[in-house]
Design a protein around this ligand. Sequence first.
Ligand SMILES: [Fe+2]
Length: 560
Amino acid sequence: MNMKKISRRQAMKAVSGALLVIPTACNHIPRGKLPDSVFKHGIASGDPDSTSVVIWTRISSTKGAVNVDWSIATDKNFLKIVKVGQFATDSYRDYTVKVVVSDLLPGQDYFYKFSFNDHISPVGRTKTLPIGHVKKVVLAVATCSNFSFGYFNACDAIANDPTVDLVVHLGDYIYEHGVDGYGGDVGRNIGRDHVPSHEIISLDDYRKRHAQYKTDQGSLAMHARHPLIVMWDDHETANNPWMQGAKNHQANEGAWEARREASLQAYYEWLPIRDPLKSADRKNYWRHYKFGDLASLITLESRHTGRSQQISYNEYLPKLKTKQQAQAFLSDVVGSEERNMLSADMESFLKSELKESVQSKRRWRIIGNQTVLARSLSPKLEGTAFDGLDDALNPKAKKMLEELLHLGELNLPADLDTWDGYPAARERFYEIAKEANSRDLLVLSGDSHSYWANTLSDANNQSMGVELGATGISSPRSLRALGGTALIKYDELNAAHNKEIVWSDGRHQGFIRLQLDHQSGHADFITVSNVKTPIYKTKIIHSVNIHHNHGSLDYGKLPQ
Ligand SMILES: [Fe+2]
């Protein structure tokens, strides 16, 4: 995983400040050129271990059962083919093709392609996980790619970053809304209406939506260039789900279980990930990826298998008038020991894998996590730049500001769908880490549509590591409705109010590039200038270094 051919400085130059039109040797789907119509959803790879990886494509314009040939080689010209095979697909799996290619060498680049009749797919590049001593790994951390909100330019930027070993997508890979829902206005303006036009509910709906997302040019390029580690968040099924329902699932949309199963079936069909042994187990989607002696990456499932129902401010906030009432609400309702985020099986997997990672003396323990883990209590806005702001706002933004003022007055969490809505579960999560002797968690979080650099600590103020939050590939932070200046101020006030928040910025779309070696970590927060057109520039707007310090992690001195 040590890309020696290009220096970090060169790489940063490649992704910052200049239009990204740099062709790379193995990105075979440059912008503006659609792949062969039979392979119009491109190719992808992912879910690697040290000897195997999943390769993926989809056949369009066909009927009945078909056989698709695949091959994998150590060179992009396929002079050194190491394996070939055939995969049978059919309408029962929406003509997707997914092969777990095994008996590969660890830490090795591979090239793969598919053929069907006279059609040949683009060539993809992939990589197995390394074993033994690993000097360095570079992860591109992505989340929240909403087709209607804009072009996946950040995916294109990731495709064109030759330093990246692997992409980690933290969820919200697709969104469920119809054209009259979230992001619909933007989609209409930029010609990216959701397909199908209604909110997706059935298996056919979810398949069509995945198919649409796989036509974005940035997504095509990223999947062709890098292997993917992916986990789902909420919108792969519906907004804010829990074990038995979702905020965005209504009674007239049929049984929740049927909708969830349809969404997960389509997910397994359309993502380059290993299938569960039994379809009944497909909710139990968590992994431990091992990068030799350097890093463990453990991914969580926090939506469908253990999560208690979200507490709704709509129900409680109108009744909370005083700080005492708010504190009682926080300790008795939100703080109930009964409230779970992770299932018992997920927790026991986390426990055993963290222990294994510590015992194996890997340098880093990364957690792929859906929602923000650090505490984020609302700052008091009255008496600040927010006074008088509501005069300039539309009714929806005005309502949002009123709620923020109320939350700030009462010192309540900004979002109860995050771990702030499950504080007892957060402490159990930390207990598991402490039992494994791992207070050095490097948590990667999505969902918020904002960048974050947070420290983490348990209820007794013991340091538990750090958290990097990725902003959306295209999804904007809802607080943007208050205006750019107000959002800057809000982020400043929020960081000043919450000791775990070191820095946050909700004004951008982009990704995080995280580089880890045995000495330290380095994260660049990389923005794209625009998602309304496919023309964009990238910029590193912030960077942090991450150091091991007395059994935990901190940011040390910020880079100059
Ligand atoms: Fe999202």
